[in-house]
Design a binder for this molecule. Sequence first.
Ligand SMILES: *Cc1c(COP(=O)(O)O)cnc(C)c1O
Length: 363
Amino acid sequence: MVSVPFGRFLLPGPTEVHPDVLAAMLRPMIGHRGPAMVALLTALEAPLRRLFRTTRRVVVGTCAATGFMELAVRSGVRARALSLVSGAFGERFAAIVQACGHEVVRLEVRPGEVVEPDMLRDALRRTEADAVTVVHSETSTGALAPLAELAPVVREFDDVLLLVDAVTSVAGSPVETDALALDFVFTGSQKALALPPGLALGVASERMLTRARTLPGRGAYLDVVAYDEAFAERQPTNTPALSLLYALAAQCERIEVEGGVEARWARHDAMRTAVEHWIEGAGGTLGFGYLPRADRRSWTVSCLRVPDGTSGRAIVRRVAEAGWTIGTGYGPLKESTLRIGHMGDHTREGVEAVLEVLEEAVR
Ligand SMILES: *Cc1c(COP(=O)(O)O)cnc(C)c1O
């Protein structure tokens, strides 16, 4: 195995895992119905509430984040959802609504754009939806939806649940679960939390739980009611990925040491600002630009248009030859963009260093 110094792996998921967090995974197994398990889940309660800005229960599942997309749909959609689609993950949410046997109405915008509050209000007037699905930080385009403005619009309508994919925003930029009264909000372990992949974490509102109890198609493994009941007893639903829970506990401690989730947000803000400064300077001169407009840019992933006449994929390959990993564009944006994942435990200095490598790669 080649040893590479920390900070050179900047994919927009999975993200680089700090050695201290990896080391925490080497602890021995415990019985998942015994007192050690109860102690572990109890210790996680307060830090996870702070992370999600909620006084409610944070449930943790052993699955990819997509599992909790499906949970959100099975436990949250009655008949018809309005799905906001601003990229690949918004489209995935819409496709899951359909795959679960519900009707879906897509409200789609061009890559790099997001659905704005007025568009959402118009669509909800025209559509009898009982739920809205939205991706907060659309990792495929680097666009950040104005969640704080969209949530109150949903609240204007009676009996409509707001289901939020916050996979690349929780732990990297503000997600105010309680203040915005989000009905289900979730993330995965391998994004801004900077853990290995395999855990999904989510919070359900009382409204969501009440609705879920009336829905016959919730399934078994991904049932929000089952999660809520198990975690009320500080129990996992099934045998959990214990090693990942050890890593999560270690990461929660590291977040507290850093100064809490606000300090983490500030660091991510500094990383995205470093990219913005670069685009205003050297990067822009070389022909790089942002895909999303200002004020709609993710704090955790920057999606950049590459200079005219160059290939995003070729640039990413040259960056890799220099020893750094960044992401190619997603799907149809593969040649025209590239993505820098600056989330988790990365630093402003690290982002500035990769931008220098990027400059060399196009010179
Ligand atoms: C990565 C990602 C997902 C899917 O995560 P998996 O763990 O691969 O299922 C969903 N939504 C967003 C916004 C993501 O970035």
